[in-house]
Design a binder for this molecule. Structure first.
Ligand code: SAH
Ligand code: SF4
Ligand code: F3S
Length: 468
């Protein structure tokens, strides 16, 4: 059962609107902003909301942090290197602040939401002016107003971990494909993962709010919608009015959204009904990101994933039977505490068995406060490097096999932009999620073009336009 969300009240929303007005009335205020985003799509979408609010405060978006009066780092803490990268970049701004003393530097997002982290960051990084957690995102206007008025540093990290803020302005990064968050938080507590601690309890938005957002996007010419959540399959779990993920997908499909994608799906919650909806839908892309993490049952048990290799392979088979030509991608972790060579090899063999289109591969990174961080059997770094390199080799071989098999097939490509290498070519993604390049011009951007795949390169496919 999911947690009942607490919605941001009308009074709180008005308070933020009021703060925006007051900032607009100030003579001395930041006029431009730059946001640096780390982490997953969820964070990318949060940054679109931050940008939306900052635009309402009368600022313009600067393309470079050097030209901005306010620089905001929207951070990730899922692995140690994500944290280190963010802090390294923040430190770089210290010099800039010496030249521009009025520069405002803020940090927000998952890293800041960790216990005691905001205080730690402020203690260590004296030049940071503003720090707020994931649950405080919608309060950006009032936090900034406080900072501008009092000229003291402002910190706000709330424990209110079931909150949903509706109606925030969004500055979409892309005109043709758009993100919609359908649920927040996670209650799965995979033993290695920090996300449940920094994103709060699992809670779902009202279906009516999601459908309204989708309708607006489609009216504005959006061709593809990506539904976001840490575990979209459990959308609406326990909702009183029977709002479920398959139902939501059916509604969106009926609405005529040209293309629908979603991530992430947890294998344990991938239901028969969802597979049926994917098979029956005419707008749902034939791609599924289905993170498996490991191919070994004992490691999966220790990870608290709640499925076995066999369960996973069975779901893969069901998907392939129901949705012909479906492309699968995944996430994999090597060197989980105590992982033996044989257990690692099980992950390699699973990659060969499934035949993924692509996979994100990670070396296990201990996260403070998680269960796995207390487990024995740390794997030495050199050994982890060897394992990940071997695994990347397996994934590349799998990708190559998939790409070869696509030659001669038809794909529908949503053109995203001009090719970086050749100005007479454009590129975009097929329904299966693989990048395809084809001859074309800027006029093709934002349209869906039918192509025949003619050849395969390392990360992309080449296609030739089909006459309609
Ligand atoms: N909710 C999504 C994943 C979110 S995090 C899901 O359950 O699939 C994205 C990926 O980061 C995970 O799938 C996992 O492969 C990886 N990851 C998470 N915590 C990690 C850690 N401590 N060390 C290494 N990789 C990790
Ligand atoms: Fe992390 Fe597991 Fe939740 Fe994904 S499902 S966010 S890996 S705890
Ligand atoms: Fe990172 Fe937070 Fe996403 S920890 S992966 S940005 S939910």
């Amino acid at each position: 059962m999911q947690h009942k969300p607490v919605y941001v009240t009308e009074a709180e929303r008005l308070e933020q609107e009021h703060a925006i007005q007051q900032i607009l009335n100030m003579d001395v205020r930041p006029r431009s902003f730059h946001i640096v985003t780390y982490g997953c799509q969820m964070n990318a979408h949060d940054s679109e909301k931050l940008a939306g609010m900052l635009l309402e405060m009368g600022m313009t978006e600067a393309d470079d942090r050097r030209n901005a009066d306010l620089v905001l780092f929207n951070t990730c803490c899922v692995r140690d290197n994500a944290e280190r990268r963010a802090l390294g970049n923040v430190t770089w701004l210290k010099e800039l602040k010496k030249e521009k003393p009025d520069l405002i530097i803020g940090v927000c997002g998952c890293m800041v939401q960790q216990p005691q982290m905001a205080q730690k960051i402020l203690r260590q990084y004296r030049f940071i002016d503003l720090a707020f957690g994931t649950h405080n995102l919608y309060q950006l206007p009032s936090l900034l107003l406080n900072l501008l008025r009092r000229k003291t540093r402002v910190v706000s990290v709330s424990d209110e971990d079931t909150l949903i803020a509706e109606g925030l302005p969004v500055k979409r990064l892309n005109a043709h494909h758009a993100y919609i968050t359908i649920m927040y938080g996670c209650d799965n507590y995979c033993s290695y993962c920090i996300v449940p601690y920094v994103r709060g309890h699992e809670r779902s938005r009202r279906m009516s709010d999601i459908l309204r957002e989708a309708e607006d996007l489609v009216k504005n010419g959006v061709q593809e919608i990506m539904l976001l959540g840490q575990n979209v399959n459990s959308y609406g779990n326990g909702s009183e009015n029977g709002e479920t993920f398959p139902r939501l997908l059916r509604e969106l499909d009926r609405m005529g959204v040209p293309r629908i994608r979603f991530m992430t799906s947890h294998p344990k919650d991938l239901s028969d009904e969802l597979i049926e909806v994917m098979a029956a839908g005419s707008h749902i892309c034939n791609h599924l990101h289905l993170p498996v993490q490991s191919g070994n049952d004992e490691i999966l048990r220790l990870m608290n994933r709640r499925y076995t290799r066999e369960d996973y392979l069975l779901k893969v088979q069901m998907l392939r039977d129901a949705v012909p030509g479906i492309g699968l991608t995944t996430d994999l972790i090597v060197s989980f505490p105590g992982e033996t060579e044989a257990q690692f090899e099980d992950t390699c063999s699973l990659v060969r068995e499934v035949g993924y289109d692509a996979a994100f591969t990670f070396i296990y990174s201990p996260r403070e406060g998680t269960q796995a961080a207390r487990m024995p059997g740390r794997i030495p770094e050199e050994e982890s490097t060897r394992r990940i390199e071997k695994l990347i080799g397996e994934v590349e071989a799998s990708t190559a096999r998939v790409h070869e098999s696509m030659i001669g097939k038809r794909e529908l490509v949503l053109v995203e932009g001009l090719s970086k290498r050749d100005p007479n070519k454009v590129s975009g993604k097929g329904t299966r999620g693989i990048t395809v390049t084809l001859d074309g011009t800027a006029a093709d951007i934002g349209t869906i073009v039918p192509v025949t795949i003619t050849s395969a390169a390392v990360n992309t496919l080449r296609g030739q336009r089909q006459e309609r």
